[in-house]
Design a protein around this ligand. Structure first.
Ligand SMILES: Cc1cc2nc3c(=O)[nH]c(=O)nc-3n(C[C@H](O)[C@H](O)[C@H](O)COP(=O)(O)OP(=O)(O)OC[C@H]3O[C@@H](n4cnc5c(N)ncnc54)[C@H](O)[C@@H]3O)c2cc1C
Length: 377
């Protein structure tokens, strides 16, 4: 079993894997099979690329072999994830399934659900969306109004979800809905796996400021799903999503969304950087290195089955501030304000500027995560 080294780094055995992924990505980019970008784990949807990655065994790496996965550790997955993010590869189609729904189904699913969904995730055939947020329930997730009522032979789901990333390419959505009246607001919620498309589930695009379509409004119009759609225990939804959010918040994607921009700027400036630019570059790289150790340490806690909620929130808070600071620093130094869309640095900077307001919002806002950290510590 692979573990972190004594100083908390990745073991040397993983270098060969890193180089293999890097070479694969170099070929994909040079042959123009993929279009890379900043923040591509959120907005770079390329179903065929996801399938090519799956064929190399780089999706579902930690899913056990008996469920169609590769039985590897979180550290191997970390290496592949880092390389995909550093290249700005378009991984958004499968990202949610691989990052949090496969672990969620493994933790909470029935044997039938594991057999139904996990092999397809590892094959790059099943893509998942997260149906948590609602028009009036974001930070205060316990105020959701989507309801699931048991009807003959199934569950009837009614309500509206919003900001649902990649729902338009998803084969499944995991929905958090209220099933019961609990003693506290955190009781009485349950999770459901819904197969898409579904005649009573309407997915409508929400186009972002850059003209892209990567998230959606999803309306459940009394959508009836089989009884077997319940994920985990009825009424246990809050505990289940809290565990899931640790996977969602702690990965290197909360640090590296703007690494392609930093790299492009570093390449541009390597020979002619001023002392101030060198200082700013050094500070950013130093911070990134420390944050990476933090994210790795959380990955290691997840590997042994813990649920490091406060630590994951800390990675997301500090990491997403870093991502935004990369944009601010490059923007300050890239004089004059670039306006050539054919230039790589310009393209990445434009994308990053337009995406950066979302960094501290998605996955739970940083302000709210600070309360989680404070309570956890
Ligand atoms: C790019 C992107 C992708 C997303 N993808 C998904 C997805 O796939 N699935 C999904 O379910 N959701 C998704 N979301 C939604 C995301 O989880 C919510 O935007 C987030 O939880 C915040 O909720 P809200 O937008 O309703 O903001 P609000 O909760 O209304 O917050 C507004 C402001 O008030 C502050 N605030 C609120 N409560 C407190 C408090 N208690 N203390 C201090 N400050 C507070 C917040 O920090 C924020 O600045 C996505 C969001 C973005 C931006």
């Amino acid at each position: 079993m692979l573990t972190l080294t004594a100083v908390g780094g990745l073991p040397d055995e993983l270098l060969a894997l890193r180089l293999e992924v890097r070479e694969f990505l170099r070929e994909e980019i040079e042959s123009r099979r993929i279009r890379t970008g900043a923040d591509a784990w959120m907005s770079g949807i390329d179903v065929d690329f996801s399938k090519r990655l799956a064929a190399r065994g780089w999706i579902g790496m930690t899913i056990p072999v008996e469920y169609g996965g590769h039985g590897l550790t979180a550290l191997e997955r970390f290496v592949v994830t880092e390389e995909l993010l550093a290249a700005g590869a378009p991984v958004a189609a499968h990202w949610i399934a691989d990052r949090q729904m496969a672990p969620g189904i493994l933790r909470n699913g029935t044997e039938a659900q594991k057999r139904a969904y996990l092999p397809g995730i590892a094959e790059g055939e099943r893509f998942f969306a997260i149906g948590m947020s609602e028009p009036d329930s974001g930070s205060d997730l316990a105020s959701i109004r989507t309801r699931a009522v048991e009807v003959e032979g199934g569950w009837k789901l009614s309500g509206t979800k919003v900001w649902t990333s990649a729902a338009h390419v998803a084969t499944n959505i995991v929905v958090l809905a209220r099933t019961d009246r609990g003693e506290s607001r955190h009781e009485g919620m349950s999770q459901f796996v819904v197969d898409l498309p579904h005649p009573a589930v309407h997915i409508r695009p929400i186009v972002t400021i850059d003209g892209e379509h990567h998230f959606n409004e999803v309306v459940f119009d009394d959508a009836v799903i089989p009884l077997t759609g319940l994920l985990g225990r009825r009424g246990d939804g809050w505990r289940q999503v809290t565990a899931e959010l640790s996977n969602e918040r702690s990965g290197p994607e909360r640090i590296l969304s703007t690494l392609p921009l930093l790299t492009a700027w570093a390449s541009r400036n390597s020979t002619e950087a001023s002392p101030v630019e060198q200082l700013d570059m050094g500070r950013l790289v130093g911070r990134m290195t420390a944050l990476r150790q933090l994210s790795l340490a959380v990955a290691d806690r997840l590997r042994v089955g813990e649920s490091p909620v406060a630590e994951a929130a800390l990675v997301k808070d500090l990491g997403t501030q870093f991502e935004g600071d990369v944009v601010n620093v490059v923007r300050r130094h890239a004089r004059p304000e670039p306006d050539d869309p054919g230039d790589t640095l310009t393209r990445l900077l434009t994308q990053s500027v337009l995406h950066s307001p979302a960094f501290t919002l998605r996955g739970g806002t940083n302000e709210v995560l600070r309360s989680v950290v404070a309570k956890g510590l």
